[in-house]
Design a protein around this ligand. Structure first.
Ligand code: ADP
Ligand code: ASP
Ligand code: MG
Length: 410
């Protein structure tokens, strides 16, 4: 008898029929003789709708993040109850648990909390009683009882962390595509499903926009060695296995292409090229819990420097708010410019460690399509560029093709 954690995302529980489909799949897994823990997301679109509602009642003013978490957690709370009801109506026996009831403790960083600890006694107790346990994804509780959420896509993290804490034999992430593809199949029609991918590659893809998995969940899986599979809730096709890299994985230079829309850029120009300026800027940014992506500082010839960095468009307002007073303090010719309408395209593969020429091949493909590169960054297994957002789909297709990902079996 194995212990299996199955996570079902928003589309998979997006309607009453879909919830009944999930209930039937969970029951079928249990009928094979397994102990089953389900993690479910809010029904598709619900989290976004709750965010819109919050913005409407506050007339666009800043919302309290603590209250935002109380609100957002209701999406998953609805799904667990409905899923458990559906299982029970099909003759099974299920019990729903909120994040707090499931023993998921987090830090107090509302809307982006980190899991600190999991005490799964209640889950074990229910499993021992033969129940299917349906846990709310995306949420936890602080030690003083406040509801927290784990960042967008956070149900993936709930599933991986529970699989780790429960020492599950299998962790399956069910979604609306057959697995991890060489690029988002909605953008690149001839993208291919990848059979096996290393944690590092999926982590780079996820953190550069492939939202098929939340990046923090992949980081967690790598840290705790949780092997998992991404597959479809709508068929029985084999999915993508995510695990530690092996020798054969290195033979592939580029595993996939990621794109990330809704990016923004801030440039602080005309600051003195002296120690401490960057520290002051990025201290403010980190104090505001804003995640920065690429950072570029120009080479100063006159003792004056320009620093540019990218962040998500959603955090642009907050970043301007914390930086504008600092830029005024810098005085002189210092000024802040903010721009959105940009996007990031990345190519990822552990084979890049031992193969050269990836960057030039990518830049060549973009040049041939007349797409201008605004910023570039590289890591050991990734090359990324910032381009105009309205060219991103075309860029993904030309780069995907240039690396031969379209025709090949991944
Ligand atoms: P869920 O609601 O199940 O968590 P998500 O919408 O978060 O599902 O993630 C699945 C979606 O991720 C797919 O519908 C697909 O459009 C998108 N996606 C982006 N990049 C990839 C990729 N490389 N492979 C597969 N899907 C991807
Ligand atoms: N419902 C949350 C979201 O939409 C969490 C999740 O789906 O994983 O981000
Ligand atoms: Mg998701």
């Amino acid at each position: 008898m194995a212990l299996i954690v199955q996570k079902y995302g928003g589309t998979s529980v997006g309607s009453p029929e879909r919830i009944r489909n999930v209930a039937a799949r969970l029951l079928a897994t249990q009928a094979e003789g397994h102990r089953v823990v389900a993690v479910v997301s809010a029904m598709g679109g619900v989290t976004n709708r709750l965010i819109e509602l919050a913005s409407e009642v506050t007339a666009g003013a800043k919302t309290t993040e603590r209250e935002m978490d109380v609100l957002l957690a209701t999406g998953e709370q609805t799904s667990i109850a409905l899923t458990a009801m559906a299982i029970n109506s099909l003759g099974g026996s299920a019990c729903s648990l909120t994040g707090a009831q499931a023993g998921i403790s987090t830090d107090g960083v509302h809307t982006k909390a980190r899991i600190a600890n999991i005490t799964p006694e209640k889950i074990h107790e229910l499993l021992d009683g033969g129940q299917i346990v349906v846990v709310a994804g995306f949420q936890g509780t602080t030690t003083d009882g406040s509801i927290t959420t784990l960042g967008r896509g956070g149900s993936d993290l709930t599933a991986i962390a529970l699989a780790g804490a429960l020492k599950a034999d299998l962790c399956q992430i069910f979604t609306d595509v057959d697995g991890v593809y060489t690029c988002d199949p909605r953008v690149v029609k001839d993208a291919k499903k990848i059979e096996e991918i290393s944690y590092d590659e999926l982590l780079e893809m996820a953190s550069s926009g492939s939202k098929v998995m939340q990046s923090r969940s992949v980081e967690f899986a790598k840290k705790f060695g949780v092997v998992f599979e991404v597959r479809s809730s709508l068929n029985n096709n084999p999915g993508t296995l995510v695990k530690e890299e092996n020798m054969s994985m290195e033979a592939v230079v580029i595993r996939g292409v990621s794109l990330e829309r809704d990016q923004a850029k801030i440039t602080i120009s005309g600051v003195s090229d002296v120690p401490g300026v960057a520290a002051k800027i990025f201290q403010r940014i980190s104090d505001a819990n804003i995640v920065v992506d690429m950072i570029v500082q120009n080479v100063s010839r006159t003792g004056i420097a320009d620093i540019s960095f990218t962040l998500t468009k959603a955090e642009l307002g907050k970043a301007k708010e914390v930086l504008e007073p600092l830029v005024s303090q810098f005085g002189g010719s210092a000024k802040l410019d903010a721009e959105d309408g940009i996007a990031k395209l990345s190519v990822v593969g552990i084979g890049m460690r031992s193969h050269s020429g990836v960057a030039s091949q990518m830049f060549q493909a973009l040049a041939e399509a007349g797409i201008n590169i605004l910023m570039i960054s590289t890591s050991e297994i990734k090359t990324a560029v910032i381009i105009a957002e309205d060219r991103i789909d075309q860029a993904a297709n030309v780069v995907h093709r240039a690396f031969g990902l379209s025709g090949a079996t991944a």
